[in-house]
Design a binder for this molecule. Structure first.
Ligand SMILES: NC(=O)c1ccc[n+]([C@@H]2O[C@H](COP(=O)([O-])OP(=O)(O)OC[C@H]3O[C@@H](n4cnc5c(N)ncnc54)[C@H](O)[C@@H]3O)[C@@H](O)[C@H]2O)c1
Length: 251
């Protein structure tokens, strides 16, 4: 039997990059996956690659009505919720004085508020389903100081703290909450963030060189960790921050 056979999962930011790989991996391990993304077309493309039950739901994770509707739809169509992957996130490359208030709000809203809403609506559905696993996407930016990532680091640090608090709040209900802290992962995101620099090629090489194992982390490697955290194999992993960074934080 597959490790996630029959599990009902939601992945946010499922249309691209890490969320896409997590969705494909959970599905390949037997889960039914609800693909939630602002970019509905991208989510549809991912669904077309999955040979199994999917739901495509256009969702802005920063919008409570969208989130409530997403979870409600999964519960009404599949009868419950077992796995919630709060992956959607955005970044802005700037230090604190160069971060506009709008950019601060945007980054906090999608990353931190989005993850909070994911838990706000997923936890009651998981209670009714007899337990579950929540996987939040933090970053090594929550663990070490990275240049030009002020708002992003604050948001990802908030996700780490929220993960630990929620893990303690809900473990007695059979709901485990953990997060993943990736290093630099090769996704469309990396190109977007480096395009803001004077020399995007040099900026990309600098990001790569930051990884002690000499390459970008691959989205499949994050997906493998997410599948482990989603599965019962990680039953004693509670409130953990699983670092997948090629050694950046080992220095
Ligand atoms: N790529 C990296 O190096 C890296 C490193 C550490 C952490 N992360 C985190 O991993 C997660 C995924 O990153 P990625 O590199 O795959 O990014 P990506 O930009 O390649 O994909 C993100 C997806 O999220 C969707 N999205 C954006 N805003 C949304 C919103 N408000 N509501 C719903 N969906 C939304 C986008 O449409 C896109 O499909 C993010 O939380 C990011 O912070 C990425």
């Amino acid at each position: 039997m597959k490790r996630l056979e029959g599990k009902r999962a939601i992945v946010t930011g499922a249309g691209n990059g890490i969320g896409r790989e997590i969705s494909l991996r959970l599905a390949s391990e037997g889960a039914m996956v609800a693909l939630a993304d602002l970019d509905e077309e991208a989510a549809k493309k991912v669904a077309s690659e999955i040979d199994g039950d999917t739901i495509i739901h256009k969702t802005d994770v920063a919008n409570p009505e969208d989130f409530e509707a997403l979870v409600g739809r999964v519960v009404s169509e599949w009868g419950g919720l077992d796995v919630m992957v709060n992956n959607a996130g955005v970044g802005v490359a700037a230090n604190a004085p160069d971060t506009s208030l709008d950019d601060w709000q945007f980054v906090m809203s999608v990353n931190l508020k989005g993850t909070f809403l994911g838990m706000k609506y997923a936890v009651p559905a998981m209670r009714d389903s007899g337990g579950g696993s929540i996987v939040n996407m933090s970053s090594i930016a929550a663990l070490v100081g990275l240049k030009d990532r002020a708002a992003y680091s604050a948001a990802k640090g908030g996700i780490l703290a929220l993960t630990r608090a929620a893990a303690i709040d809900h473990i007695e209900e059979g709901i485990r909450v953990n997060c993943i802290a990736p290093g630099t992962v090769e996704t469309p995101w990396v190109d977007r963030i480096t395009s803001g620099y004077d020399d995007p090629v040099e900026a990309k090489e600098t990001m790569k060189a930051r990884q002690p194992h000499g390459r970008f982390v691959q989205p499949e490697e994050i997906a493998a960790m997410a599948a482990y955290l989603a599965s019962d194999e990680s039953a004693s992993v509670v409130g953990a921050c699983m670092v997948v960074d090629g050694g950046v934080t080992a220095r």
